[in-house]
Design a protein around this ligand. Sequence first.
Ligand code: ADP
Ligand code: ZN
Length: 601
Amino acid sequence: MEEQKQNQKEKNKKNKLYYGIAILLAVIVIAGIAIWYITANNQTKNDTELAYTELIKKIDAGEVEKIEMTVGSSSAKIKLHGEEEEKNTSIPNTQAFIELIQTKVLEGNSIEFNQKKQNVLVGISQTLFSLLPTILLVVLFVLLFKMQGLGDKGKVYDAETTKSKIKFDDVAGLDEEKNEMMEIVNFLKDPKQFYEMGAKIPRGVLLCGKPGTGKTLIAKAIAGEAKVPFISMSGSEFIEMFAGLGASRVRKLFEKAKKVAPCIVFIDEIDAIGSRRTSGSGAETENNQTLNQLLVEMDGFDTEETIIVLAATNRPEMLDKALLRPGRFDRQITIALPDMKGREEILKIHAKGKKFAADVDLKDIAGDTAGFTGAELANILNEAAIIATIKKHDAITQDDVENAVKKVTVGLERQSRIVPEKDKKLTAYHEAGHAIVSSQLETQKDIKEVSIIPRGIAGGYTMYKTNEDKYYISKTEMEEKLVALLGGRAAEKIALNDISTGASNDIEVATQIAKDMIIKYGMSESLGPISVNTDKDPYELQLFGEKFGDAVGAEVKIMLDNAYLRAQTILANNMDKLNKVAQILMEKEVISAEEFENIIK
Ligand code: ADP
Ligand code: ZN
């Protein structure tokens, strides 16, 4: 909230400035046009035009009697033999033109050539006009420099008043990480002790992990524990449309840090500025300047300056290697997704201050939310509180929380949508297909719920129980996942002899998994243990040659075909169960785990 307000203020300031610039530009342009109008009129009054090439021809032909030019002007008045009226010609290169006439005169051409000084007033206005672009630029630069000062977004959580109140206790799980960070906290609290001992403390720590895993939170907690100011900025804020601003922002940020040291500087999304330097132009060069400035600042710390720079990224492999050298971000801490125990602890922290019914079991919810980030878990409990309020419950019930989980994962239930009977049947068979196929596969998870109530963009969904955290996924499990994913399409085909677009997402996911199995996890038998990182560079596949690409494509197709065939076989052998589940879904729209178990038995 605090930060939002501040951002708003800064935006207003910025807006005012842009407004000012716009008015100034308008005034300058109008004045320019007015001046130009006066001068131009003054000069070209009653003149007729003669093209430059024509003039040259006429000079050669000796038809020109008199040429008159004004110093500093690029047009000439031409009088031809036997004509009363003077003509006007604009001269592209006056110096070359004068030299040309001089040669012509030397060659015996009798041109009368006059250069005259210009009318003082016209002269001044013309000079002014020609200087306009320069004036404009100067004005712009002055404005930009001012704006840079105002737009400086480094937020200082002031040592006395708005110090980060977050403590390690507010960060659930991450025990090892917190232990490691304790060293930094102690250093910030009493740097002298470390200096006297000659101990070296890391200047920069890189926090790697998905968004929402608590990187910012832990950085704030370090500041909170050490009771030092927390200065933060996001990498994307350094990247501006005006060249040079990024670098000067970095400088300002560190100037500020030096003033309040000991302190924490936190740079979020460092990959926005810290990605590999290129020799490109424009925006890239701007990036390079910003990155170089950051490197300079980090190298320039005095030994006595107690500033710790924490930076967060989800893509450490993208970072310029120079950033990771000793004395810079030479320590990396990876913040993983929370495990079951971690999720329970995160839920406990965010449950504080919320009213829960007796039936709520946070451990249960932790079991259902493998793969969720801390931010998502916090979001679930907040959504649950909102759902409970809307339903006028006295307290948040287990049901509310489960609904919140669904809302966060599959999207909001859309009860208002009226589903035609035909679509209902299709969805019922599709979801029943996933459920039946999964239930017949050793490695696939148990069914938690099957539903044909539309949620988000999905027409229906099959939810699986997730109650264990795994560190590895086997090839067999991945292969069977493909079968389960294609179970929806297979059921449509087998039961209704038609297929729909409803399976498009399943097929997309299945294709991605098959591709990953081959070129990411090296699980292909024919291509062997190989890894082609197309996430980093989509063209990397091309490096391996056309034949290799063809082989990958062929293998992906074989894997998907096999999986589809297996799904169809499973369903053909379990037609009664498929029909039964689909039937119940059409009647009741939802099947619980127990009901499903009963049918399967
Ligand atoms: P990141 O910086 O990694 O994107 P944040 O630190 O901004 O993630 O996390 C967002 C929010 O998620 C936090 O403000 C907090 O509410 C919640 N959160 C994430 N991880 C944890 C955790 N380990 N313990 C408690 N809350 C967490
Ligand atoms: Zn599906």
